[in-house]
Design a protein around this ligand. Structure first.
Ligand code: ADP
Length: 410
């Protein structure tokens, strides 16, 4: 059932109960006080006559004293019970009153048809008023509910018009300042977030396919070369297989880093000697043929996931190696770890984007250096998983410093 109808029926029900209750109480009170005043009048008449010892003077009241009928103007003898109450006999109404005066047990009944009929007429009118009141309250409740819910219907129509292909649409905020206006604002904020993540997903899918397309087409090319000349020329065979291997490595590292990024698990932390970890990473670089010297200074023990911290350090050193020719140095402090280089640097306006997935400052330059723009987003994500922070300072043409801050965690 629609909210408009629910609100209408609920408020009509409440109003009906109030109207009917009020009318019923009013009717019963008036009836009771009329009957009581009539009853008191009869008692007063009987007492007056009994003091004078002149019951015979009572003519307009049915009177029974000690079981003997003394006056019967309405022919009620034996027709009604001789007890208190209102009785109907032959289409007329009578009020019966029993009382004791001295040693006399008296029952009297008086004609009240006019009062009862009058009250019946009043009750019919009250019922008519009640029906009119209930109908009026129904229409009023429906109009108010309908009017109050019209912004909600507008919001619903707005939401219905939004789909994946029209995610840029927003709901109208009329500025009334009420709860529904706040709801529209909140939905718009939610749509902003959904649109952002949807666009990021779109970009992500596009970039992933693009990243995998390059090594795949390079592999295809080299397989073609292999098929043509690989059997006869050993040099071509070795060169082509090396290139294919490189492409496979590139694809595996993209996939591996993407998998790492999509992992939701929380980290297992332990005390890590940062200097040993840095030296371990440097050893790997040297084993893989890097001959550049990297200075390491200071030491610290920090609570971290050693695998994550190793990936972070490896990526920062890898970037320093890729994007600089000169000196590289690492400082380990109580608060943080810094990787600095005297390389090409990063333009100021790019600094907040380099942590986005697949973002590369200069696509063609960085691609030549073998980057695919995932390293820093992985660094940021893993640091955040360990409640750490990554900062960067860079001077174009002079060099960059990447800082992993663990702050209080050490
Ligand atoms: P990539 O795999 O391309 O290196 P990253 O996410 O690690 O991807 O880095 C994103 C971009 O940030 C890089 O393409 C590069 O342009 C820039 N960048 C990262 N580190 C440095 C650095 N030390 N010096 C200069 N530019 C850097």
């Amino acid at each position: 059932m629609k909210i408009t109808w629910r609100l209408t029926l609920f408020s009509t029900f409440i109003v009906s109960v109030v109207i009917l209750g009020m009318f019923f109480m009013l009717y019963e009170n008036v009836k009771l006080s009329l009957m009581n005043s009539h009853r008191r009048h009869i008692i007063a008449v009987i007492r007056t006559y009994s003091r004078r010892g002149m019951f015979a003077g009572i003519r307009k009241i049915f009177l029974v004293v000690n079981g003997k009928v003394l006056s019967d103007p309405f022919s009620l003898t034996g027709k009604i019970p001789y007890k208190d109450g209102i009785y109907e006999y032959d289409g007329e109404y009578y009020i019966g009153v029993s009382l004791e005066v001295g040693d006399k047990k008296i029952f009297a009944a008086s004609y009240v048809t006019t009062i009862v009929k009058g009250m019946q007429e009043v009750s019919h009118r009250l019922v008519l008023f009640a029906v009119a009141g209930i109908a009026l309250s129904f229409f009023a409740a429906f109009t108010i509910a309908n009017f109050s819910l019209s912004p909600l219907r507008r919001i619903l129509r707005g939401i219905e018009g939004i789909s994946a292909s029209s995610l840029e649409k927003r709901l109208e905020v009329v500025g009334s300042g009420d709860e529904l206006d706040t709801l529209a604002k909140e939905i718009n904020r939610m749509l902003d977030r959904i649109e952002r993540s949807y666009r990021a997903q779109e970009r992500f899918v596009h970039d992933v396919s693009h990243e995998l397309k390059n090594p795949l087409s390079s592999m295809k090319g080299f397989i073609g070369v292999l098929k043509k000349w690989g059997f006869d020329d050993e040099k071509i065979f070795h060169e082509s297989t090396n290139e294919i291997e490189k492409s496979i490595d590139e694809m595996s590292s993209v996939v591996e880093e993407l998998l790492m990024l999509s992992k939701e698990e929380t980290t297992e932390e332990e005390s890590v000697d940062v200097k040993s970890l840095v030296l371990e990473v440097l050893k790997d670089f040297h084993l893989r043929g890097s001959e550049r010297e990297i200075e390491v200074e200071g030491e610290a023990v920090v609570r971290a996931n050693p695998d994550y911290l190793k990936i972070i350090i490896r990526n920062l050193i890898d970037n320093a190696l890729k994007y600089s020719e000169g000196r590289i140095w690492i400082k380990i402090k109580g608060c943080c770890l810094e990787v600095s280089d005297e390389g090409e640097g990063i333009p100021k306006e790019e600094l907040d984007k380099i942590f986005d997935k697949f973002y590369r400052v200069d696509r063609s330059r960085d691609r030549r250096k073998g980057g695919h723009g995932i390293g820093l987003s992985l660094v940021k994500e893993l640091a955040e998983k360990m409640k750490m922070r990554v900062e960067v300072e860079s001077d174009l043409g002079k060099g960059s410093t990447f800082r992993v801050v663990w702050g209080e965690k050490s």
